[in-house]
Design a protein around this ligand. Structure first.
Ligand SMILES: Cc1cc2nc3c(=O)[nH]c(=O)nc-3n(C[C@H](O)[C@H](O)[C@H](O)COP(=O)(O)OP(=O)(O)OC[C@H]3O[C@@H](n4cnc5c(N)ncnc54)[C@H](O)[C@@H]3O)c2cc1C
Length: 301
């Protein structure tokens, strides 16, 4: 354990965590970033639409950003997992998987979310390459091919209406959602074909996708599937600290009050764990806002 408490411990050193840490480093605060190195988009071969980094591997973007961040003399970095956090008088105490404890005046949680894909054979191993969550991130690369949307609930209607801008679209309702008459008209206007027999298997040499086998035995050609996975917190630390949650579009989001503060005073949060809009640029931007808010909470109190 360091003798002197840090000003801030940032748990999670990906887009949101590094965005926050950079603001605090530039404000010359003593900070510690703890990161277990599992960013949500690690399954993708390339990341898209992050300014200046289009097409680079997610880990390469983060490694370069991390090098620049660690060049600031007040930044500490631990590759590891924070397993617990608690308040001890005026300080927060964070326990690492190796038993170490670190203390800080403020905490920023930037631990992200994890995805739960529908249990269809062949889906997990294609995640991020031909099974996709976001057309803005990965639609361009599969455009013009036969595309599919796999329903996980009513919100998949939105994806089914959007995806035709990238290619001819089939909406697989999977028994998870049945469009009403008005929704059927809207899907027809967009040229979306509807298939109700559930997909039971994805076909083709992974991670490529050539088609899907349906429960009724048919095989349909598809080059990429879009799906809205359920999400949950990657780390239990927010819950341990007593932070409040609200129901988001894909799962629980951390409830934030003014200036990125959670419902627990001194605990701030940023990134995918705090919003239903999941995107690296937005995660980095919310980290920047959290970093600035935390700096000002330290400086102006
Ligand atoms: C398959 C896929 C592809 C995507 N492609 C794109 C894309 O091309 N462009 C785009 O803009 N967005 C893309 N996204 C969205 C993007 O990945 C997220 O919006 C972004 O990663 C969120 O950043 P974050 O910092 O909030 O969380 P994450 O990137 O998930 O990072 C969380 C970090 O916290 C660490 N962590 C978690 N718990 C602990 C703990 N207890 N102790 C220490 N560290 C911990 C993790 O190891 C990880 O490094 C994609 C998402 C997916 C699922």
């Amino acid at each position: 354990m360091s003798d002197m408490p840090y000003d801030v411990i940032v748990i999670g050193g990906s887009f949101a965590g590094q965005g926050a840490a950079m603001m605090l480093a530039r404000a010359r605060r003593r900070i510690l970033v703890i990161d277990s190195g599992l960013p949500r988009n690690r399954f993708a071969h390339s990341s898209h639409a992050f300014l200046g980094q289009d097409g680079r591997k997610p880990y390469d973007i983060l490694a370069e950003a991390g090098r620049q961040l660690r060049a600031y003399p007040t930044v500490g970095w631990i590759d590891g997992e924070a397993t617990a956090a608690r308040k001890d008088e005026d300080l927060f105490v964070v326990t690492l998987a190796d038993g170490r404890e670190e203390r800080a005046k403020r905490l920023i949680l930037a631990t992200g979310v994890k995805d739960e894909l529908p249990p269809i054979a062949g889906m997990q191993e294609r995640w991020g390459v031909t099974v996709l969550h976001c057309p803005y991130c990965h639609g361009y690369e599969v455009a013009g091919n036969d595309l599919g949307v796999v329903a996980t609930g009513p919100k998949s209607m939105h994806q089914a209406l959007l995806i035709p801008d990238w290619g001819p679209t089939t909406y697989f309702t999977q028994g998870a959602f049945e469009p009403n008459a008005e929704e059927l008209d809207r899907l027809a206007d967009r040229g979306v074909r509807i298939v109700r027999s559930p997909i039971v298997e994805l076909l083709g040499p992974t991670p490529q996708l050539e088609g899907v086998r349906l429960a009724d035995g048919r095989v349909l050609p598809v080059a990429a599937l879009f799906v809205g996975p359920k999400t949950s917190m990657s780390s239990p630390i927010a819950e341990q600290l007593g932070c409040g949650f609200e129901e988001g579009n894909t799962g629980p989001d951390l409830l934030l009050g003014d200036k990125k503060c959670t419902t627990v005073e001194g605990v701030y949060a940023a990134g995918d764990a705090t919003t239903s809009t999941h995107n690296a640029t937005l995660a980095a931007a919310s980290g920047v806002l959290a970093g600035v808010a935390v700096h000002q909470s330290l400086a102006l109190h």
